[in-house]
Design a protein around this ligand. Structure first.
Ligand SMILES: [Zn+2]
Length: 85
């Protein structure tokens, strides 16, 4: 067992298998992931910004999911779509 600070909330917790998040944050990240996945199922062309606005999940977390491969969002905020006039 190792006492470390949770990556998300900063609380000290016992990391059993090299987890970076405390129990509560792990659960809430799971819920957030579920919410975003459900949203993307219905809105496959949504941007990270849309997903964040609708689900209430932070964009930072959505980008983290995209980075680690848990999510695939077609258009990312870092590549703004050019609007046709
Ligand atoms: Zn935490």
């Amino acid at each position: 067992m190792a006492l470390i600070n949770c990556e998300r909330c900063g609380n000290l917790f016992n990391s059993l298998n090299g987890q970076l998040l405390c129990r509560e944050c792990a659960i809430s990240e799971n819920n957030d992931l579920k919410k975003i996945n459900e949203f993307l199922l219905c809105n496959p062309n949504a941007t990270a910004e849309d997903a964040s606005a609708v689900t209430g999940v932070s964009r930072q977390f959505i980008f983290k999911l995209i980075k680690n491969g848990s999510l695939s969002i077609k258009k990312q905020l870092s590549n703004p779509v050019k609007r046709r006039k």
